[in-house]
Design a protein around this ligand. Sequence first.
Ligand code: HXC
Length: 534
Amino acid sequence: MAETPAKKTAKTAKRRSPTPQKVKKMRDVIQKARDGGDPARVQAHKAKGKFTARERIHYLLDEDSFQELDLLAKTRCAEFGLLDKDIPGDGVITGIGRVGGREVCIFSQDFTVLGGSLGLVHAKKIAKIMDLAYDNRVPVIGLLDSGGARIQEGVDSLDGYAEIFARNVKCSGVVPQISVILGPCAGGAVYSPALTDFVFMVDGLSNMFVTGPGVVKAATGEEVSFEELGGGRTHYEKSGNCHFLANSEQDCFRQVRELVNYLPQNRWEKPPRVANPDPVRRTTPLLEAMCEVDPRKPYRVTHVIWQIADEHKFFEVHQGFAKNVVVGFLRLGGDVVGVVANNPAHKAGALDIHASDKAARFIRFLNAFNVPIVSLVDVPGYWPGVEQEHGGIIRHGAKILHAYAEATVAKITVVMRKAYGGAYIAMCSKYMGADLNFALPSAEIAVMGPAGAIEILYSRRLKAASEEEAAKLRAQLTQEYKERFASPYQTASTGSVDEVIEPSQMRFKIVRALRFLKDKRRPGEVANRGNIPL
Ligand code: HXC
């Protein structure tokens, strides 16, 4: 009987398909590589309460979205018997995956394999994934847990770091870069996260330092613990190297996913618009009450941000550091904006060295990635003092001016209360290039506050008066000064403020302005590229 065509095709396919042995071998090889370090190492790692490198990818990415590359890459270094050792994946897992349905490139260092140390092949794997991110315009996420440069590989491992640093800089301002520190990150290795846009750490689990406690003691005599020197809380609150501090790895991955939700994939795109039921005309009556309180009374500016934000949601960045300025992401009418706000609850909202650096870097990120900037102003000035002057408040403060002036994205400024002196300009005043400037009726815009101004303007009269007369005179002059400057109307008459707005309309006014500015272009203006660490 003649063979049917279907039978013939099945027979040919069987002849051509890999033999079961070959497939089995492939599966074995892959499984062995996937298992990571030896079981004792994995057990010790998990006993510290840490996820494995592979589990971390699983928890961070969308389900089943991870596709691994270079699983079978091996070191070519023959020193210290490395070729005879089993070093799965050369200590790092790399690949592509999705977060919230959008593509990302990812790497995850495996501490169970030679302490996650970075040899040349390990570095090349990371470099390849960064190149893929750059060429395909998707964010890159690094999960770091490593003893640093692999000692056995000598200069090759240092060169490997150099390849990564160079790519961090190439990707800067092109695709968002996120570093998640989930163990040690020591020596020069810390400079890769420092070159990325956002750094996450987990309290009690992550460390970053250029030289560890041992070297510090030998060099300076100071005794300090790992945690105190370079733990998550230290970097979150003191050094500012860390933008987000999580309580656990799960909490950390949740925060990373939330951040990605506010970011565009690259510098050519806008962040994803997410429609929501919050009416753009929702009034903000709380702000009306705020306008009436004593101008010296502190308040947390996050309350204002929650009032205006869609569904009262605000994703704060760098929350633990330089609390006198608050920065972060929110949606207004469904579109993502970045907010930069003085926070009177801390140092009266004045700008100091750390606050200047924090704000400037965030503004540069927003500008590089097409995110409009909303500035909420309530600033008495720059923070005074010898420490600040000697610490370089002049050059640090200049960074905010530079960042705002070079930003070509839509810029909307609302003066809510005090806006004195250079700090008024630094917070994106009209002639620093803001597109639309609003003021609440409580705005006070002046060269300086009443107390300082009276002493300078009337010093001769005050000195000539008796103590009693001087006190009376001071009260009278202060009142006159306030009448002149403690309102926005003088400024509005010059055009430095476009509109004095009803506080209850603040949300709507900003959304309306954003919609008008959505396709803003100024001929000849070129957006800045890199997001240099500040
Ligand atoms: C090779 C390393 C290594 C490294 C750790 N290991 N760091 N192997 N090169 N840099 C290995 C250990 O030998 C050990 O191997 C395994 O990883 C686990 O390390 P342990 O010390 O047992 O773990 P733990 O007690 O948890 O301590 C972790 C650690 C410590 C704090 C990270 O290993 C450490 O201090 N490592 C050195 C950190 C450091 O100074 N790095 C900077 C290098 S200079 P076995 O075989 O026993 O399992 C640098 C410069 C980069 O990175 C410059 C870029 C420009």
